[in-house]
Design a protein around this ligand. Structure first.
Ligand SMILES: [Zn+2]
Length: 106
C-alpha cells in the first residue's frame, strides 16, 4: 500500500527507474517539456495513432514521422530526440520492424 501512495502522490510522472521502451509516454515528462509532450501525445493530423509507449515514440523518431504531427516542427523533433537520448534510450540502435517498401530516408 505504501508503494501505491508513493506513485500516486506525484501524479504527473509515473516513473520508477530507468525509462524503457515499454514505459508509457508519460515517463518522458521527466525529460520532455509539456510544449512538446502535448502535441506529441495527441498526434493531431498525423496519419498514425497517438504514441502510447516510449517505444512508439522511438519508432516515430526513427521513421521520421514526428514532423507529420501538427504542432511539431524541426525544433520539437530535435527536442524529442534529445529527450529520448537523455532518458537513456538508444535511438541509433533502435530497429523498427523492416518495412519492405521503405528505402533509406535520404
Ligand atoms: Zn517508466
Amino acid at each position: 500500500m505504501a508503494e501505491r501512495l508513493l506513485t500516486a502522490r506525484t501524479g504527473r510522472v509515473p516513473h520508477h527507474g530507468p525509462v524503457t521502451q515499454e514505459c508509457p509516454v508519460e515517463c518522458l515528462l521527466s525529460v520532455l517539456s509539456l510544449n512538446s509532450f502535448n502535441p506529441l501525445t495527441r498526434a493531431d493530423d498525423a496519419p498514425f495513432a497517438e504514441p502510447r509507449t516510449v517505444g512508439d515514440v522511438m519508432d516515430l523518431c526513427t521513421r521520421r514521422q514526428l514532423r507529420k504531427i501538427r504542432g511539431i516542427g524541426p525544433r520539437r523533433v530535435s527536442e524529442i530526440e534529445a529527450a529520448l537520448v537523455l532518458a537513456g534510450l538508444n535511438l541509433a540502435g533502435h530497429q523498427q520492424r523492416p518495412a519492405s517498401q521503405e528505402g533509406p530516408a535520404r
